[in-house]
Ligand binder design. Structure first.
Ligand code: GKR
Ligand code: MG
Length: 429
């Protein structure tokens, strides 16, 4: 690669980490006791360090490693060249579809998911060198705080065979309201999303109605990850019209979503049927979704996510932000992106509160920067992403990775070890 930059990437370190995760239920099963992430470090010959965070399934790690080996000598300013390098390396080494998301998504691009953490780390580096926050490299912050929504999950009291966690069981509307109260009181969230696809739709509607009674002013969302048929989705939309701000992926696929959209005014959102640029044209043509959830891990980094923002704006669609279990480097990148995306008008998703339950060290960044205040995070204005690695915590979470035995996200496999007859609830109701 060539370019006028003064720094070159001299060393790449990828550290897989694991953090304790509660038994959160979803359409394909249940979260395993450990969630995995990989922390990407790019070091330069001028002594700078850039950070990225991504999934850590074994196949993904192997792809990250292959790219890491080819990176030294590269120019961190030249992210077009970085993308060509990733395409080249994956073409030779692996190719094929991207990370698996526990079986929930089967189409995602390996290039986008592998490129993403390296791009984020490059932008962190370049921004640090410039002495500016990453949001400035994305066009500049248009807001100084980024609101998030409280992400509610049905859950068991604890992982089978382990003591109950302090979040407790959440399988009834009352228990979901209790969980929501903890989210609202503890983090100040000003909107709530319930992960559905776990119980029959009538039960999940009842939980949403209980939330409406308990929190009359908070926007509410329900996301069953495609658990319903189009017919059921329309029925739920009729029942929850005026109650939810949007329904997320009620039914699988662009065609199914379009059928539902044609029969309801309730806005439909997705992070399942539109997860790459090639899905936008058919989704727009079919008027299948009104809101797309961006996710820089999946869409190929921060700049491509900003591009997604521009496209949704052009076509009059709404933009929200998706999350999977994550740590502070990801959260910092989400905040910088959200800060610089003018049409991101919905509160972003985050799993962040779920890693606070066990009393153990559960992050890799120094605390204090990403604190929630009134459900929002103040956009860091210090150089780069605004977070610093805590090497002791990184080491601790890496040790947990080494000893925990989990090597990929497998919600269905784990569920079947507890309920042998379980099959995913996709299109079940
Ligand atoms: O963490 O179980 C989970 C979620 O269901 C996650 O995997 C989804 O990707 O949060 C996500 C969503 O909005 O669909
Ligand atoms: Mg979703």
């Amino acid at each position: 690669m060539s370019g006028p930059s003064t720094s070159r990437i001299s060393k790449v370190v990828i550290t897989p980490v694991a953090f304790a995760d509660p038994p959160l239920l979803n359409v394909v099963g249940v979260h395993q006791p450990w969630a995995l992430r990989a922390i990407v470090e790019l070091h330069t010959d001028t002594g700078l360090l850039g950070l990225g965070e991504t999934y850590a399934d074994e196949t993904h790690l192997a792809r990250l490693d292959a790219v890491a080996q080819a990176l030294p000598g590269s120019d961190p300013y030249d992210t077009n060249a970085l993308r060509r390098l990733v395409i080249d390396v994956l073409g030779k080494e692996t190719g094929g579809a991207g990370a698996s998301f526990g079986g929930m998504l089967d189409v995602s691009s390996a290039v986008d998911t592998v490129y993403s953490p390296f791009e984020v780390a490059c932008l962190d580096l370049v921004a640090r060198e410039a002495g500016r926050p990453v949001s400035d490299l994305l066009g500049g912050a248009v807001r100084d705080r980024v609101p998030f929504s409280g992400y509610l999950f049905y859950k068991w009291a604890g992982h089978p065979g382990l003591p109950a966690d302090d979040w407790g069981e959440a399988l009834t509307p009352e228990q979901i309201v209790t969980q929501a109260r903890r989210m609202v009181d503890g983090w100040g969230f000003g909107s709530l999303k319930l992960k559905g696809g776990v119980l029959p739709p009538e039960d999940e509607c009842a939980a949403i109605e209980a939330l409406r009674d308990a929190f009359p002013d908070l926007p509410l969302r329900l996301d069953p990850n495609g658990a319903w048929t189009p017919e059921t989705s329309v029925r739920v939309a009729e029942r929850l019209a005026g109650v939810v701000e949007y329904l997320e992926d009620p039914t699988p696929g662009i065609e199914g979503m379009a059928q539902v959209a044609a029969r309801t005014d309730v806005p439909l959102a997705t992070n399942m049927c539109v997860i790459a640029f090639e899905h936008l044209r058919p989704a727009i043509a079919a008027d299948a979704v009104q809101i797309v959830l961006s996710d820089h891990h999946l869409w190929g980094g921060l700049r491509r996510s900003a591009l997604l923002g521009g496209i949704t704006d052009t076509f009059g669609m709404g933009l929200s932000m998706h999350s999977n279990s994550h740590l502070g480097v990801s959260l910092a990148a989400m905040v910088q992106l959200a800060a610089a995306t003018p049409n991101l008008t919905y509160a972003c998703d985050t799993h962040y509160p779920w890693k606070t339950y066990s009393g153990r060290a559960q992050d890799v960044v120094r605390p204090g920067v990403l604190d929630f205040d009134d459900g929002a995070i103040k956009v860091p204005t210090s150089p780069g992403l605004g977070v610093e690695l805590d090497r002791d915590l990184l080491g601790e979470l890496h040790e947990q990775y080494l000893s925990c035995g989990v090597r990929r996200r497998e919600d269905t496999v784990y569920m079947r070890s507890i309920e042998p007859g379980f099959t995913p609830n996709t299109s079940r109701w």
